[in-house]
Ligand binder design. Structure first.
Ligand code: SAH
Length: 246
């Protein structure tokens, strides 16, 4: 018996909308989204797509009115509940803009629940464009099928991150100076992965992080990884060993 492809086919376009979704809800798309569906995907009235709002899962919707600059959809039914995202946060020292953009996209695909830019003594980038990073996360979620977006906040100084963290959330500190092998360190449960900037952590930062309750220094192997590589590698390892890849 050939496997019946799951309905709705994953190939339907997926859009994030900021309005609460429900059976029969009417959704007015913004000009950018109307242009994308109408002119890029050349979708017509009656066309089907998937919507998600970040809270209520995924819904099948149909184009009710297609205009040049606007488009109205009607929601038909829920196709998926909001998924349980592993409770893993990634705290990363932001690097140059293009690498940070890349990191946000990849960390969203990999399933991070929260992304926290952290400023450290050797962080070269102090400011991040939050709206830009959030838009990148939305696009990555539309592509990868997440219905829950990662939370992205303003950069936090390392000391504040350490102070505010709940000690029940294990802090896996990627220490280029060495630590427990990541292959055995990651355990299921609330987690925060912390990676440093290109220049690495200073010795007093390293001491402060190791002194934090629930902190575990981890090694990501014998080679020195670029900051964004380390963040993504650690997140992937967490997903494989303790997250939703098992
Ligand atoms: N300039 C530093 C390296 C910084 S690498 C030096 O030459 O020593 C940037 C960040 O990636 C580090 O702060 C650390 O968080 C992480 N990282 C890179 N390679 C790692 C490894 N092998 N093990 C653990 N963390 C690593």
């Amino acid at each position: 018996m050939p496997a019946v492809p799951p309905w709705p086919p994953r190939s339907l376009p997926r859009l994030f909308v900021q309005v609460p979704l429900d059976d029969g809800a009417r959704v007015e798309l913004d000009a950018g989204q109307a242009n994308y569906l109408g002119n890029v995907l050349r979708m017509k009235e009656g066309g089907e797509l998937l919507l998600f709002d970040g809270r209520s899962g995924e819904w099948l919707a149909r184009i009710a009115e297609a205009g040049k600059k606007r488009m109205a959809l009607v929601v038909e039914r829920r196709t998926r509940e909001a998924e349980a995202i592993p409770d893993v946060w990634l705290a990363f020292a932001p690097v140059k803009r293009s690498q940070t953009d890349w990191l946000i996209e990849k960390a969203t695909e990999l399933g991070a629940a929260r992304l926290i830019p952290v400023t450290t003594q050797r962080t070269v980038v102090e400011r991040v464009k939050l709206e830009r990073l959030r838009a990148i996360a939305v696009e990555a979620a539309e592509q990868c099928g997440r219905t829950v977006l990662p939370q992205i906040g303003e950069p936090l100084p390392l000391a504040q991150l350490l102070d505010e963290r709940d000690a029940a959330r294990i802090l896996y500190f990627a220490d280029e100076g060495g630590g427990a092998p990541a292959g055995t360190a990651f355990k299921p449960g609330p987690a925060m992965i912390l990676t440093g900037p290109e220049g690495g952590f200073t010795d007093d930062e390293r001491a402060a992080i190791r002194a934090a309750p629930g902190a575990i220094a981890i090694s990501l192997g014998p080679r020195i990884l670029r900051a964004e590589t380390a963040a993504l590698a650690a997140l992937a390892a967490y997903m494989a060993l303790a997250g939703d890849w098992r």
